[in-house]
Design a protein around this ligand. Structure first.
Ligand code: M6R
Length: 613
């Protein structure tokens, strides 16, 4: 979390930094700030709140500068306020620094510095690290670069840091461990960012910086070193992304745009990977570890949040089609609970951002114990993609809305392919069934388009009707139990309404006590092998006067008669149903959030990429 940007080159830095911060605001929006190298030294502007507030605060101040750094914050140490906003200035006022991550041993470093007479102006771990670096520089009479190297060897935790020092004109020094950093290469200019979006308008040539690397960035020079001061040759990659992909393109919100992109993104995630004619699925990542999968005693899927929900769907599908034991783990639990892992385990990591700290560390631990890691990631070149032994990209394109929508359905689509591919390898599926599922998947983009063309008005009406609810219960069974969890998560994030997802039958064991005439209960009740059972569950809620909103398959008059409101999805195989049922729930959460006047793209307290534990 936190977004960082930097620029050094011939252009004016300030507008580039501000524009970059706006693109990275999804990573945190508690405060924003910039530091500029000017003739008179380092100038810092910072303000609590979003980037727009920073711009208003800067007003007509002199911002002329060709080198600067900027930060948008998701608060960890210290409340969101001007004082805790980045950049921080060192005691001498000579060096400014921004930081994304957490310095775990900052308290110990702070105690040492306090003894030396340092005074701190913020509650942040970042200000401690900055002064620790300056203290080393002064005591050792060394360069800033050398001081950073020495300091980072003593630091535990995660960081990307960017520093400018008035003694080093045109220069930004950056270092990373555990948080993302991309450097864009222009004509006599360089761009730095937490992701590539701030530089996309200027260059497509980028270098992804690795852990324990330090970059000395000048307009016409990029020097990369490790912490041992050895030079590393930068590996320049070409970005395969267009600027339009990170703009709203006429939609009111990124979330709405991303929901409406799903026919295309699901198509993109399947494109070139399945061939109904040849009865074949091509996933080179699975081929690369086919021997491991064949020998695996189980598959463990590790993820957080929405990605964890797609993992749950995958558990049901893979166990059904491939007859391999699948376990789904919250990354944050898995990394700390000393799980039994061996070289016979294949771990699938699911992550939109590819930077989620808990998932990343869980994988590092599992890899050390010999497990094979398969990354299912959306952001190309991200940390999880890079530490995986093999993997597949979801190809959903940049997802900017904090609530995950298109990345989720792309994950589901690729997980279906993975399940089918493994089933074919293991011989647990016959050709006829295999072809049938390929055809089912092939039809998904069109069916999603049908929902978007035919259900939006009705969902808007339903959203209006229930937008004042205090609590909402989401119930589903089988493949759609995770859909209920995901629907509830979407509503919580976007509308701040308390929502809970439950397996529909489990509701009798407690949550049914919540039901009265004020409680909306959303049933994911598409036609599947559990249908009779879920109809009974609907009856049970109806008997207690709960309001029933049901997602139903086209033509299902029975549930329609029981429900107060319905959202319709096209018929499909039950294994595919989560891909369709997710769409109305995303729309419902979106329109309820809008109805309540909330900032759906940047809900309070959240950040898109959770790079701290
Ligand atoms: O980038 P990741 O998929 O690893 O992120 C995991 C969660 O932080 C993420 O899915 C989060 O729950 C979303 N805000 C859900 O909409």
């Amino acid at each position: 979390m936190c977004g960082i940007v930097g620029y050094t080159g011939g252009k004016q830095a300030y507008p580039i930094l501000i524009d970059g911060l706006k693109k990275l605001e999804y990573r945190g929006y508690d405060s924003a700030g910039v530091a500029l190298l000017q003739d008179r030294g380092v100038t810092v502007f910072k303000k609590e709140g979003k980037v727009a507030k920073l711009e208003a605060h800067v007003g007509v101040s002199d911002v002329a500068s060709h080198t600067g750094i900027g930060h948008t914050r998701w608060a960890t140490h210290g409340e969101p306020c001007d004082r805790n906003a980045h950049p921080h200035l060192s005691r001498s006022g000579r060096i400014a620094m921004i930081h994304n991550g957490i310095i775990e041993n900052y308290a110990q470093l702070k105690t040492e510095l306090l003894k030396e007479g340092y005074v701190f102006h913020s509650d942040t771990d970042s200000e401690v690290l900055l002064n620790f670096i300056e203290d080393i520089q002064i005591k050792n009479e060394c360069s800033l670069e050398e001081a950073i190297r020495i300091a980072l060897k003593r630091v535990t935790g995660a960081y990307v840091i960017l520093l400018i020092d008035q003694a080093y004109p045109d220069t930004i020094i950056a270092a990373r461990k555990g948080s993302p950093l991309v450097i864009g290469i222009g004509q006599n200019e360089h761009f730095l960012g937490s992701d590539a979006s701030p530089m996309l308008a200027y260059t497509k040539e980028v270098v992804y910086i690795n852990d324990y690397e330090l970059a000395i960035v000048k307009p016409d020079e990029l020097i990369l070193k490790n912490l041992g001061n050895e030079i590393i040759t930068p590996y320049v990659q070409k970005l395969d992304m267009e600027l339009a992909a990170i703009e709203k393109n006429g939609y009111d919100h990124f979330m709405l745009k991303e929901i409406f992109e799903q026919p295309q993104t699901i198509f993109d995630s399947l494109r070139g990977r399945m061939d109904a004619q040849k009865n074949q699925i091509t996933l080179s990542g699975i081929d690369a570890i086919a021997d491991k999968i064949m020998a695996a005693r189980r598959i463990i899927i590790v993820a957080c949040g929405t990605s964890w929900h797609s993992a749950l769907v995958a558990e049901y599908v893979i166990e059904e089609l491939c007859r391999i034991n699948v376990e789904v783990e919250y990354a944050s639990e898995f990394r700390y609970r000393n799980p039994i892992i061996s070289s016979e385990d294949v771990i699938i990591a699911i992550s939109q951002s590819g930077e989620t700290a808990d998932t990343l560390v869980a994988l590092e631990n599992a890899k050390e114990q010999g497990a094979t890691i398969y990354g299912l990631v959306n952001v190309v070149g991200s940390s999880i993609a890079r530490i995986s032994n093999a993997g597949s990209y979801t190809h959903a394109g940049p997802e900017i809305g904090v609530a995950s929508t298109k990345a989720y359905t792309a994950q589901l689509a690729v997980l279906q392919l993975i399940a089918l591919k493994i089933a074919k390898l293991k011989g647990t599926i016959d050709d006829q069934k295999f072809t049938y599922f390929i055809q089912q998947l092939d039809a998904v983009p069109e069916k999603v388009q049908w929902i978007l063309d035919n259900q939006v008005e009705e969902i808007q009406r339903i959203a209006k009707k229930y937008s004042d609810a205090n609590d909402v219960l989401y119930l589903g069974r089988g493949y759609n139990f995770p859909t209920a969890l995901e629907g509830a998560l979407k509503l919580k994030e976007i509308s701040y309404i308390h929502a809970e997802g439950y397996p529909a039958a489990e509701m009798k064991h407690g949550p049914i006590a919540l039901v009265d005439e004020t409680l909306p209960v959303i049933f994911v009740a598409t036609k599947d092998s559990y249908h009779e059972k879920i109809v009974s569950n609907i009856q049970e809620i109806k008997a207690r006067k709960g309001k029933i909103i049901a997602i139903v398959s086209e033509g299902d008059n029975r549930v329609e008669e029981l429900a107060d409101d319905i959202m319709v999805v096209p018929n499909c195989d039950e294994i595919i149903a989560p891909l369709l049922a997710a769409i109305p729930l995303q729309l419902l959460a979106y329109y309820i959030g809008v109805e309540r006047g909330l900032d759906v793209d940047q809900p309070r307290n959240l950040a898109k990429s959770v790079t701290v534990e």
